[in-house]
Write a protein that binds this ligand. Structure first.
Ligand code: NAP
Length: 309
């Protein structure tokens, strides 16, 4: 039986794995189907990770984390966890291949995925000109014009990144003020080839067999439509938490969640179910920062060791 099953291999999961194994737990498995490192690996420029003086990509920031954890005995299983149940004191972790493993404790560190904005054409052209990752897809639009939708930190940071590759970036936002941090807004405004298209709603993204060829936006006050003829549209409108493994057969969640599906935890990352913890972006009130997710992971691991002790 596992001492601890960690679900998710981002900053929270990896840090929990490091602290749990270094703290003496012998049988700890981290379940991560994809590449370790989490959603931050899709970010192009990180300048606010403490101690990391230079601006680095998310990929570079996370590169050494898995090896550091594995040195202390963390096992990585490349498998997706589909369900977690609990009977008595024992958790059962079911993976997508139908196999089950028992665990004395479980940490959910699954994070979140990019939210869809819900405009016409989004589904049809997703992956054919619509993207949620500038680092992955920006290069396809080298020297071309692109549009980017959103007004938070992700949108503005990625607009700045794309402005260095593309000839022009239309920053399309539904309001005329941004959610992003003041310093990020300043960076964005300093880029001469970013045009702010604010106070508009996306009417539709259109295209043909080759993919996206443009989008139409409608001014919210005047109602006029503007046509932006671009081959690429990037969408950064927030994220949805990945709480699927907690869903039980009867449709309820294994532990308490709020109305957005975020897992309710206390300051020790304990959920409403003893032995079940949550860390990082999947929990309530998450600051959605790498450093905070890592802190959550460490906090959870320290308390899991105490719980098992
Ligand atoms: P966010 O802060 O929630 O911003 C989402 C943006 O998308 C908002 O401007 C929102 O508009 C807009 N939006 C939402 N739904 C929309 C829709 N259906 N159609 C059009 N626009 C829509 O999301 P985020 O930028 O992904 O950031 C998430 C969290 O991570 C935040 O806490 C952020 O501070 C943090 N983060 C931090 C850093 C950093 O510190 N370096 C980097 C990235 C992210 P409204 O403003 O009108 O609601």
């Amino acid at each position: 039986m596992l001492d601890l099953a960690i679900i998710g291999g981002g900053p929270a999961g990896l840090t929990a794995g490091l602290y749990a194994t270094r703290g003496g737990l012998k049988n700890v498995t981290m379940f991560e189907m994809g590449m370790t490192g989490g959603q931050i690996t899709g970010s192009s420029e990180i300048e606010n990770y403490p101690g990391q003086g230079a601006i680095v990509s998310g990929m570079d920031l996370m590169q050494s984390w898995p090896e550091q954890c594995q040195r202390f005995g963390l096992k990585h299983e490349m498998n997706q966890v589909s369900k977690v149940t609990k009977s008595g004191d024992v958790f059962t972790v079911t993976t997508a291949d139908g196999k089950t493993q028992e665990a004395k404790s479980v940490l959910l560190a699954t994070g979140s995925v990019p939210r869809r904005a819900g405009f016409k054409g989004e589904k049809e052209f997703f992956g054919r000109g619509i993207s949620t990752c500038a680092t992955c897809d920006g290069f396809f639009y080298k020297g071309k014009e692109v549009a980017l939708i959103g007004g938070g930190d992700s949108a503005l940071e990625e607009a700045v990144y794309l402005s260095k590759i593309c000839s022009k970036v239309y920053l399309v936002h539904r309001r005329d003020t941004y959610r992003a941090a003041p310093s990020t807004i300043e960076h964005m405004k300093a880029c001469e080839n970013i045009e702010e298209v604010t106070n508009v709603m996306v009417e539709e993204v259109y295209g043909d067999a080759s993919g996206v060829t443009g989008l139409k936006v409608k001014n919210r006050d005047r109602g006029e439509i503007r046509d932006l003829a671009v081959p690429g549209v990037f969408v950064f409108v927030g994220r949805d938490v990945l709480n699927e493994p907690l869903k039980q057969d009867d449709g309820t969640f294994l532990c308490d969640v709020n109305d957005q599906g975020e897992v309710i935890v206390d300051l020790r990352m304990r959920t409403s179910v003893p032995g079940l913890y949550a860390a990082g972006d999947v929990r309530i009130e998450a600051a959605k920062q790498v450093v905070c997710a890592a802190g959550d992971g460490a906090t959870a691991a320290v308390n899991i060791i105490e719980y098992l002790g």
